[in-house]
Design a protein around this ligand. Sequence first.
Ligand code: IPM
Ligand code: MG
Length: 352
Amino acid sequence: MKARIVVLPGDGIGPEVTAEAVRVLQIVAGRFKHEFSFTEQLLGGCSIDRHGTALTDETLADCKASDAILLGAVGGPKWDDPRAKVRPEQGLLALRKGLDVFANLRPVRVHDSLVDASPLKPDRLRGVDILVIRELTGGLYFGQPKGRDRKDGHERAVDTLEYYDFEIRRVVELAFRLAQGRRRKVTSVDKANVLESSRLWRQVASEIGAAHPEIALDHVLVDTASMRLITHPSSFDVVVTENMFGDILTDEASVLAGSMGMLPSASIGESGPGVYEPIHGSAPDIAGKGLANPVGTILSSAMLLRHSLGLAEEAGVVERAVDAAIAEGCRTGDLGGKLGTRQMAQEIARRL
Ligand code: IPM
Ligand code: MG
């Protein structure tokens, strides 16, 4: 098949890790006789430096016209002034909203040979296989009003947590669909004892649950969920939650996998191209040094093959190569090893 992939390396370690994922995709294309073309565009801080905005209309249009987007990471100390009018993260949010990718799939698996890389006890970690589905285009990140003003002689800042029923329904329905092919258990995470938006979330999730008696649905408050993620991580199958809870819980969940550098993600909508990116950030402290773990991005490219291109077999080849490299002891610094970004990717490529 032919596919056009837009690559948004972004800032910090983004360019280093996306370069390795592109190499992997090129090898896969050669092996399976596909034609993948890659177009690089700016996103985040590098786009601010060049164009004064974190995402230009041209880049968004190019992304919309593509089959899939591979993204590195955005942000860094250079653009971190809290009073700055433009921020790298705005580009990421505008991209997600502009492409209407409302569901962010973040699989968390613990590799047997990495149980010692996590600070948690090994017996808690065995068998952990969680799919977190984070709502990505609603909630606090996008609700209006949002901003600063002066009120009653004080400076005030406002963010709004807003959800429509249809926004909840489409992401929870996706969670139920994906649970069909897994252990048939959905945990919906909310804060329904306090938040009105969470009460609507729970109501909609319950309606969908009632229509799917073959799937076990559980509602868990976010504070309890964050605790259970550490005490009983193997009890979770599919977790579905609103935007900010999902952001926080997936950083926590990455501790299970041994390192943030291991986890991929797929952001998908009803149709159109998906966005594939590691869950880690731009790691400015190690940027440009060739030390970053490329696994999260390489596994994101496997998700790209599966979800946007429908190439499940090819995705499996990439995932098994990563598994084999890890099982055979290949480790970057974040996992206590000595391999650099390039070497780790080469070890994976050799096993494709
Ligand atoms: C993530 C990141 C982003 C988010 C930031 C960079 C805006 O933390 O993808 O998890 O909060 O969504
Ligand atoms: Mg995050």
